[in-house]
Design a protein around this ligand. Sequence first.
Ligand code: ADP
Ligand code: ZN
Ligand code: MG
Length: 477
Amino acid sequence: MVEIFIGLEIHIQLMTRSKVFCSCEMISGEEPNTRICPVCMGYPGVLPAVNEQALFLSYLMGSALNCTLAQKTWFDRKNYFYPDMTKNYQISQFSSPVGRGGWMDYLEKGELKRVHIHDIHLEEDAGKMVHQGNFSLLDYNRAGSSLLEIVTEPELTSPEAAEVFLQSFRSLVRCLRACDGNMETGSLRCDANVSVNSLGMGLGTKVEIKNLNSSRFVRKALEYEVRRQSRLMQAGKPVIQETRLWNEQSGKTESMRTKEEAKDYRYFPEPDIPPFVPSEAFLNRVTSSLTELPAARELRYIREYGLTEETAHYLAEERERAEYFEELISSGTEVAAAAAWIKGELAKLQGRYAFSLSDGTLPPQAVTTVVRMTGTEELTVQQAKQVLELMVQRGIVQPEEVIAQEGFKKAEDDGELKEIISKIVAEHLNAAEQIRDGNMKAVGYLMGMVMKETRQSADPRTARRLLLEEIGCKQEE
Ligand code: ADP
Ligand code: ZN
Ligand code: MG
């Protein structure tokens, strides 16, 4: 039996308007090398100044991750050479990170799990290198962006756990609006460290895997690496401590550099940036910006509302969705109905019309009204769905307005419906004949017309019964 140890080093690009030590705008997709200045390009004689919003979001993350927050924090220079960084050192934190010794709770299949956080520290991002054949291009727009690194303890015990943890972490940073959490664009990046050892023997020799830009790749790379290291162990061969890269094409990790080549960063305090001592007001602002985190929400939805793990997860995962769900409930929709409408019709409409639940397109009170009307049979479910769609299409927020425009009302009685049906049958004697001959396909054709004529207000079962009676066909399919 082997034991698996996984620790993650996660980088998130903080959602600050400008970069961390200069006033360049943090924006992606711009013409290369247009969002740069002497500070982020590391010209001699420039003076960096720390972005307070970056510090705020760092402390907010530290607080959400239950870290001990630094009463005094400062920056260090991490010295190394690489072309994506013009200064030959990165301004980072080494001896006084913003937060230390925290933890994050997350849910794996409805079960609460905890991973400890070693530390979180604020630093600047490097530029981007684009390799093209035998030369490389450099884009420094990203250089100097606010980057927060979160280092976990090696407590994750399987590749699946690492994937689930990372997804939960992503949900947390989005909830706090600290980072957009997008792994494809590199706003959230992850290096995974993994070792295996015989059961009870403690940590093994770790391998670090870089270049993982989706949580699925994190799992796949770790699965491969666990197999590779287990095989070495069984063959009595040592695992070499090294950095490896995930190759999605081959589905393998490949050696990038070994420990011997590891650099000594010669950290020393950044002399140009004074230490930061958070004021009481600053720390109060941090505390009051915390909200219920996705994992806690999910657990509450399961326990308080009796929702399934899957539904609770879906609703709690995105803050907007969770808040919308709660507003539906507080405006009078029942829990099960609120969950079903969000997962079903609202998700469908959002996909079709690309609006967000919080942008006022479909205010929760309006949805509550529509859902209530299905309960009192003022609207059929089909009509209710139509009302919501028309509200979106027409930019109307009052369901009553759409209902009036469409003339939706409950079919008064069977008499009215009978009249409509006999008119339709009289106009389609051929179809009626076919039905009497046993061709039940024609029933659907006539039913379509009945529903259209009644503007979907007829109860389909009643309509079908009356239609068959009218045709003189008692037999059911
Ligand atoms: P380094 O000094 O090489 O950066 P750290 O001790 O700072 O290593 O740890 C970096 C990451 O590697 C952390 O996420 C940590 O949890 C993880 N880690 C450390 N040792 C091991 C190990 N033996 N097996 C698996 N992961 C490990
Ligand atoms: Zn700049
Ligand atoms: Mg380290």
